[in-house]
Design a protein around this ligand. Sequence first.
Ligand code: PLP
Length: 396
Amino acid sequence: MTQIVSEAMARSMEASSLIRAMFEEGARLRAEHGAENVHDFSLGNPMLEPPARFREAVAEILGGGGVGLHRYIPNAGLPEVRRYVADTLSAETGLAFGPAHITMACGAGGGLNTVLKALLNPGDEVLSPAPYFVEYDFYAANHGGKLVHAPTDAAFQLDLAALDAAVTERTRAVLVNSPNNPTGVVYPEASLRALADWLRRASERIGRPIILISDEPYRRIAFDGIQVPQIFPLYEHTIVVTSHSKDLGLAAERIGYVAVHPEAAEGALLGDVLVLANRILGFVNAPALMQRVLPLLAGESVDVARYQALRDKMLPALLEMGYECVRPQGAFYLFPRSPIPDDMAFCRLAQEERLLIVPGAAFRGPGFFRIALCVEEAVIDRALPVFERVLAQARG
Ligand code: PLP
């Protein structure tokens, strides 16, 4: 039993040991066999380079001779950048966003922590459909809250009856993520509309508005020409959290924002509280250089067609072999059913063949496994026979 680190962190280390062990094993295998002989689909690290305009924009900003570019800035973000984000959201949603509704954040991870810091009392619950991005557990616990999950349906779509059964007096927020990590599914507008109607009913039942937190870092990574529906016009007590880690390929630069619906309950107070939370969590402000870059990259994104091409290469090949998998409409993951019920055992088996995939249990989706399509096509070509082999082995 450790005496130096907190008991809570010791428990968190324990809880995250599954994924950590996989990454360590991946590093060990790469060192032993060479990277080209390890089929690593474990890490969702966006692999596409930022748009070419990014480097020019940075050079323009840094070469512009401006003074004071690197000083502290307002905790909420640069006023002109908040205005830019607000205008973009107004155009996309038809709602009247202003800078007061926007807090620039250190990625979606930073933004989610800022939001949960602002909302949660000790013991409050955040309800999320499962499977989900497992850092949510830690983010809720960081602020004295508890992540509660409810299953989705067979196609990983929202199951309102399951959410309804999981709501309690302590439910402060519902946290959704579409396009979804790990499943890649997108919630259609009708389903979000039904979610909003249900949220109104559930809010009435518990006597205060349940906040909808929509985590949208994959919004622009959508396939087959679909538009990810806007949640803002459907439910007024909505907070959207997002980042440019994926759509601009800027994961290491930690830039994103939190947007509060212009008509949210206590919206003005909430906006101020978010700014304070951003400050006292120690983020202070989202990286200023990256904030300045954003308006210069309006309308730009990574080459999403390349992620779609990876899906289109991998998914039919797996289905043909006999894997079962829901067709992702966005993000860059596949979440197939494990050929044996024990997804951990299946991933261990795969690991013996130097194929690295993550058990669904790590996302509260046991019985499945996650493939992160953040790889070159050649990696898929090399890995397909291995997927076929481990399927045969699993089936005995
Ligand atoms: N939310 C989801 C669903 C994610 O998959 C990730 C990262 O993988 C994040 C949030 C955090 O991303 P970032 O903090 O880089 O914006």
